[in-house]
Design a protein around this ligand. Structure first.
Ligand code: SF4
Length: 257
């Protein structure tokens, strides 16, 4: 498990995004998230009180990103995507909209061909400024790992009370102008067996996908060490079978093993 130690890192080669400059707006010494996913590469969510977290000021974050982009441009480093990921959930930053607004200006000036991507767990979409910010960028990638609330509570383990129904209600407000990212996994956690590729979950997940009609669905599985043990990676062949069901709706789907 690891934490990013800087605000702007990379660029790294991403299976999904090409040359991706990572942006971490969470603290660099602790993971801050409103989920506690069993597969999170940053480890378990130990700090659950994100309301009182001391996030870095937006100005400090923007200055670090601008300096990094200037350096990359000077070194002729290609960047396909400026990607919010890092040590937790980016939309928890209280000035997320301000960061996005200013980043768009910086990007247009320094790397006009790079897209802005945000990997988000979609738990903050009830905040209008978060939805607004995500709708301003090219690639809002909203997490949807479960088709039932029971499975969401097992896989994503929210750190505050929220249901799948509430999340999907907010996702609908994007009118399809987003991507959905889903990690498929099966295994056992705290004595409970689960499998989000099982028909009982998959049929409901597909119903939600059809309803949301996103621009693209990204399917993937485990890649790195996970905090929970007893998890099983789902391989490409099985992911492709699921992706075909999405494509049958006329929705683009991409598999990353
Ligand atoms: S939403 Fe992302 S950062 Fe948060 S626990 Fe899940 S995988 Fe980790």
């Amino acid at each position: 498990m690891f934490l990013w130690e800087s605000i702007a890192f990379g660029p790294i080669h991403s299976r999904r995004l090409g040359s991706s400059l990572g942006i971490n707006v969470s603290p660099t010494d602790v993971k801050i998230c409103s989920f506690d996913c069993i597969y999170c590469e940053c480890g378990w969510t130990l700090e659950k009180d994100y309301q009182s977290t001391h996030f870095l000021p937006a100005a400090t974050i923007l200055q670090a990103i601008e300096e990094k982009l200037k350096q990359c441009r000077q070194d002729n480093v290609p960047i396909d995507s400026i990607t919010f990921s890092g040590n937790g959930e980016p939309t928890l930053h209280p000035d997320f909209l301000q960061i996005i607004d200013n980043l768009i200006i910086i990007r247009d000036h320094l790397y006009p061909n790079a897209v802005i991507t945000c990997l988000t767990n979609a738990t903050q979409l009830q905040k209008e400024e978060v939805r607004l910010a995500l709708l301003k960028i090219e690639n809002p990638m909203l997490k949807l790992d479960a088709g039932t609330d029971e499975l969401l509570q097992i896989i994503n383990r929210p750190t505050f009370p929220i249901t799948l129904e509430e999340i999907v209600t907010e996702m609908k407000k994007f009118n399809g102008k987003m991507m959905i990212q889903t990690l498929f996994v099966r295994g056992e956690v705290d004595g409970v067996d689960f499998d989000n590729t099982a028909e009982s979950n998959l049929s409901k997940w597909l119903e939600i996908i059809k309803l949301l009609n996103p621009k693209r669905v990204v399917l993937y599985s485990l890649d790195r060490e996970t905090p929970a043990h007893h998890l099983t990676k789902i391989y490409k062949k099985e992911l492709e079978t699921i992706a075909d069901k999405v494509r049958n709706f006329g929705i683009e789907a991409a598999v990353y093993e």
